[in-house]
Design a protein around this ligand. Sequence first.
Ligand code: TIU
Length: 228
Amino acid sequence: MSTQVVAAKPEAIALDLSKAALVIIDMQRDFLEPGGFGATLGNDVSLLRSCIAPCQRLLSAARDMGMLIIHTREGHLPDLSDAPIAKIERGKPSLRIGSLGPMGRILIRGEPGHGIIPELAPKEGELVIDKPGKGAFYRTELQQELQARGIENLLVCGVTTEVCVHTTVREANDRGYRCLVMSDACGSYFPEFHEMGLRVITAQGGIFGWVATTDAVITSIKSALETA
Ligand code: TIU
């Protein structure tokens, strides 16, 4: 049976996994490795590493099931025409968006730093959505791709919990998708924002969606495979 009850907060949710997609947000070198965009903002990028293994386990289970897999990447065109001045000028980073760093130009499409970390490299047939903003729906083809495949449920993980994961979940929630966020497969430079970000999602009866562990979601995927 593709409909599975997943243990989650604020309460268990029955999800039709045949209408689900795994969405892995921005697991790029620019956020997870030294010398990238995240580091230029003054962050300790090592804090994000704990979510790599859970993301790998989810990716593997989703591949086994033949689930639609979506990888997103935040980044801008080389001429910066899709990068708002207000974003480029923001704060006092050690290098601004578009400047040359050790992994190429910061947050620019096609540069080494823009790539997804090798541990989670996309395979042929998986969707890679390039996005100029924090949310995966803004100025992308994501909505059309999901609608074309009848997807209703999104299993969301990646980085960072309170920035791109949150923005994407909020966008998806407003578009009618049920969003289940895997807590240990998300990461933040700020542990307290990670915790609060997840709490915001599940508060008020699940105002933006549901939160589950990677184990709970993998148990459901395996159960769906066994009863298929
Ligand atoms: N800075 C930060 O926490 N995040 C971002 O800028 N983008 C994403 O979350 N991907």
